[in-house]
Design a protein around this ligand. Structure first.
Ligand code: AMP
Ligand code: MG
Length: 413
């Protein structure tokens, strides 16, 4: 029996829980999910301060100022950034102030230095200065006691800036999922050796580890297991220090496909599915000692597509993320696309943003072992199971899997 991609995804995600918290420094927090509400202990800015290099003054002194009626104020002291006002400003007086310095008591505005003429110990103003001009008000950004970042927020450079501003050098974030990656197959050799006849290099182990790292997890490479129950048991026993297990190969109905048996023997209620998707039909999933375990298919593209659709959202959920699915965008098809209906197809494609919007080119070579097509692709066209395909210029759903579509080789102003 085949099950839909949606119901496989739902069943898996029902078993996934967010990991616990750990305290990390601010830059290490990048990309992680905040585990606590962050409140400000101080106002920001902490005091009224100058937005310009200029003169702090009493704005009412300048009400009648003009080219023909310049107002001259006595400069009573200099106030660089980082220093404290030496005293209040009274009518007829001004303070030479630098950007960021606290506005002295009594001053109600700052006039830009460019709009003044300086003379010995005095400043000449030729136009009225509005009350509040060039003054950043105490607490205008946020006030003491305010929640400035909510639990669940993803840390971007903006959040790092905020955390530093409120004086938080370490922050609680959700732990990164540690993911054990295992490749299975008697035909596999490591990339460090030259494959003899009948052998192929284990690429899935590296591809899956990099997929784990790409979505914020920490891969633990378990290497290659032979197609024997003993070898699988031996390797998988070392997976128990991880938060999640991902294997590839050995989940089909071949004579040497023992992964699902071994996972079951390790004490999980393993589910073995034929998922109505192409590529990536066979999938094993279960929970072993509280840790989710995924048995992905062996073909390189099948394992990557299955990772994208099932493992990635699970790892993001473990990391505390709420938005865990890749978005799809409508795009115009550049040529006809024929599909055998019955399964959800993930067609490797090149998504392009041009002057008229998004267009998408389905690539030649959709076999589940054709890695070169994956190298040329930046997205999947997602074809629903009931569709026999689309005509050129029809709108299709596209799921980009890297950010190349948002970047280009010249500026985009
Ligand atoms: P399996 O699902 O174990 O029958 O594997 C299907 C096919 O995927 C095998 O015939 C291999 O060609 C290929 N394959 C399996 N595991 C890997 C791997 N780790 N790296 C590259 N190709 C693999
Ligand atoms: Mg195999």
């Amino acid at each position: 029996m085949m099950i839909s991609v949606e119901s496989a995804s739902e069943t898996i995600l029902n078993e996934i829980k967010p990991l616990g918290l750990e305290s990390v420094d601010l830059v290490s927090a990048l990309g992680r999910v905040i585990g606590e509400d962050i409140s400000a202990v101080r106002n920001n800015p902490p005091w009224d301060n100058s937005a310009m290099d200029g003169y702090a003054l009493v704005s009412s002194d300048t009400e009648a100022a003009s080219d023909s009626n310049p107002v001259t104020l006595k400069v009573i002291y200099d106030l660089p950034a980082g220093s404290v006002p030496k005293g209040p400003v009274k009518s007829g007086q001004a303070v030479r102030i630098m950007t960021g310095a606290p506005v002295p008591e009594g001053a109600t505005a700052v006039v830009m230095v460019e709009k003044t003429r300086g003379t010995n110990g005095a400043v000449v103003i030729m136009a009225p200065v509005r009350a509040g001009e060039n003054v950043r008000k105490r607490g205008e950004d946020f006030k003491a006691g305010e929640v400035v970042i909510k639990e669940g927020a993803v840390v971007r450079p903006a959040e790092v800036s905020m955390l530093a501003t409120v004086g938080v050098p370490f922050v609680f974030v959700r732990r990164k999922p540690r993911v054990a990656v295992l490749s299975t197959g008697d035909e596999l050799v490591d990339v460090l050796s030259v494959p003899s006849t009948g052998k192929i290099i284990n690429s899935n182990g590296y591809a899956l580890a990099s997929l784990v790292a790409e979505c914020g997890g920490e891969p633990i490479q378990l290497g290659i297991a032979k197609d024997t129950k003993e070898s699988l048991h031996e390797k998988l026993s070392r997976a128990m220090k991880a938060d999640c297990i991902v294997s590839s190969g050995g989940v089909s109905v071949g004579d040497y496909d023992f992964v699902k048996d071994v996972l079951r023997e390790m004490g999980s209620s393993m589910i073995f599915w034929k998922v109505a998707m192409k590529p990536g039909k066979p999938l094993a999933f279960g929970v072993i000692g509280g840790k989710p375990a995924f048995g992905l298919p062996g073909n390189p593209i099948s394992s990557m597509v299955a990772f994208e659709q099932f493992v990635r959202p699970a790892l993001l959920k473990m990391a505390g993320r709420k938005d865990i699915f890749r978005r799809t965008f409508p795009a115009r098809l550049t040529r006809d696309l024929k599909i055998k209906p019955g399964r959800m197809n993930f067609i490797r494609a090149e998504l392009k943003a041009d002057g008229t919007g998004l267009s998408v080119e389905p690539l030649e070579g959709q076999g589940s072992g054709v890695i070169s097509t994956m190298v040329r692709a930046n997205s999947f066209i997602v074809v629903p199971p009931d569709s026999a395909g689309f005509k050129k210029d029809e709108s299709v759903k596209v799921q980009p899997f890297d950010s190349s579509v948002f970047l280009k080789d010249e500026h985009g102003y």
